[in-house]
Design a protein around this ligand. Structure first.
Ligand code: PMP
Length: 412
């Protein structure tokens, strides 16, 4: 494979303290970034700096520390807004993660807008966090769920869109990129067709925002959810972006401090967006450190990150394609997918594959990856998944392939 020229990956790896260690006597090859990415020194230092130097609650104190924390917290919101092309930082709601962001839409928008007989359209490749909140909403509202199926290569069967979309469809929720199949879905096309019947479009960006340039204007969606911890940021901080007109019309999600204007004994009036959706003390340091993670990603460039992962994915498809008895799920062309590769190995349980790989310092994940309906569709209880990020190297894919050969031989 050609040497990666987009950016200096070896230099970049030095920014990640955790990658400098050995696991089971081997240098760590971390191939589980789809679950959670590693954190660069900048982000770790930023979090520590907040707790050491200016930790204070936001939006309340008039003293210096609180003002500094508030300024940094709101500046982070601005960075998120710029990063995804939002019209205004007011459209950025801080949540705990993608899951909470999707639940916020289901409870708040869904609770106010859905009635019996309305339809919610999902896809068979969704993560549980983009299924279960809609099931709960359907149970509460009397709305009906439907799913777009997949073709044999793990792409959405888009011809089903026109069959399933009609004026009863009030909401379409789709992953931008599958965490299992790697498939990148044509969200702009889906959004345009959904809008034509008046449906609202929710995009699960957990696996796309960390890995490619994402601009909500180009996606044409109404809501976008993603998690800080998958994009070099800390856990405990996520984002819901929503179109301003929709957010402004939505009732609160959680009630409590910070989300109100006036509280009386029997009732309250609510704050403007985004505060209306941020009850209680937020994850202040984590939001600020997410802003730092965005600066870090921007300093590399999202297009360069996408290209790097495209090269890694092409190489992995070639190397894994040569492993005997390996069945890969999802598109076999790197241009249709991101760097999340799930597979089974003949005669070896996916968890055994992962354990053997761990023995040679290669960290991958095995299981259903929170996509039980997808695995049922694939007719396998579990898969092993390798996923790539900015710090991965072709030689780590060589070690993955060698580990898989070893596993196959052990179980032959
Ligand atoms: N959607 C997708 C596609 C994911 O990969 C994940 C994380 N595995 C989630 C949603 C949920 O993210 P979180 O656990 O951070 O809420």
């Amino acid at each position: 494979m050609s040497q990666l020229t987009q950016f200096d990956v070896l230099a970049l790896r030095r920014e990640f303290p955790i990658l400098q260690q050995e696991v089971n006597g081997h240098r760590l090859a971390f191939l589980d970034s789809a679950a959670s990415s590693q954190k660069p020194r900048h982000v770790i230092d930023c979090l520590e700096d907040y707790y050491r130097r200016y930790n204070a609650n936001v939006h309340r104190g008039v003293y210096k520390l609180s003002e500094e924390a508030t300024f940094a917290f709101e500046r982070a919101r601005g960075k998120v807004a710029r990063f995804i092309g939002a019209a205004s930082p007011r459209e950025v709601v801080f949540t705990r993660n993608t899951t909470e962001a999707l639940n916020l839409v289901a409870q708040s928008w869904g609770g106010a807008n859905l009635k019996p007989g309305d339809r919610i359209l999902l896809t068979l490749m969704e993560h549980h966090s983009n299924i279960v909140p809609w099931q709960m909403l359907a149970q509460r509202s009397g709305a009906v769920l439907d799913y777009i199926g997949l073709d044999g290569a793990g792409r959405l069967a888009l011809e089903q869109l026109d069959q399933k979309l009609d004026e009863r469809t009030k909401l379409v929720a789709v992953a931008h990129q599958s965490n299992v199949l790697g498939t990148i879905n044509p969200v702009a096309q889906i959004a345009a067709r959904a809008h034509a019947v008046g449906a609202v479009v929710v995009v699960d960006g957990a696996q796309s925002v960390p890995h490619m340039p994402v601009d909500v204007k180009n996606l044409g969606c109404d809501f976008l959810a993603f998690s800080g911890h998958k994009m070099c940021g800390p856990t405990g901080i996520g984002v819901l972006w929503g179109r301003r007109s929709l957010l402004e019309a939505m009732p609160p999600f959680l009630g409590g401090g910070s989300m109100i204007k006036v509280v009386e004994l029997e009732q309250s009036s609510y704050a403007d967006i985004p505060a209306r959706f941020e009850a209680g003390t937020p994850a202040i340091g984590e939001a600020i450190a997410l802003g730092e993670a965005i600066d870090f990603l921007d300093s590399i460039g999202m297009e360069a990150i996408f290209q790097h992962e495209l090269e890694l994915t092409s190489y992995a498809l070639e190397r894994l394609g040569a492993v005997e008895g390996l069945q890969l799920y999802g598109p076999d062309s790197a241009t249709e997918r991101g760097g999340s590769l799930s597979f089974t190995l003949e005669h070896v349980h996916p968890h055994d594959v992962a354990s053997i790989l761990d023995g040679v310092g290669v960290a991958v994940r095995a299981g259903h990856h929170c996509t039980q309906p997808l695995h049922r569709h694939l007719n396998v209880p579990a898969t092993t998944r390798a996923s790539f990020y900015i710090y991965n190297l072709p030689e780590e894919i060589d070690r993955l392939a060698a580990g898989l050969d070893k596993a196959r031989k052990l179980f032959m």
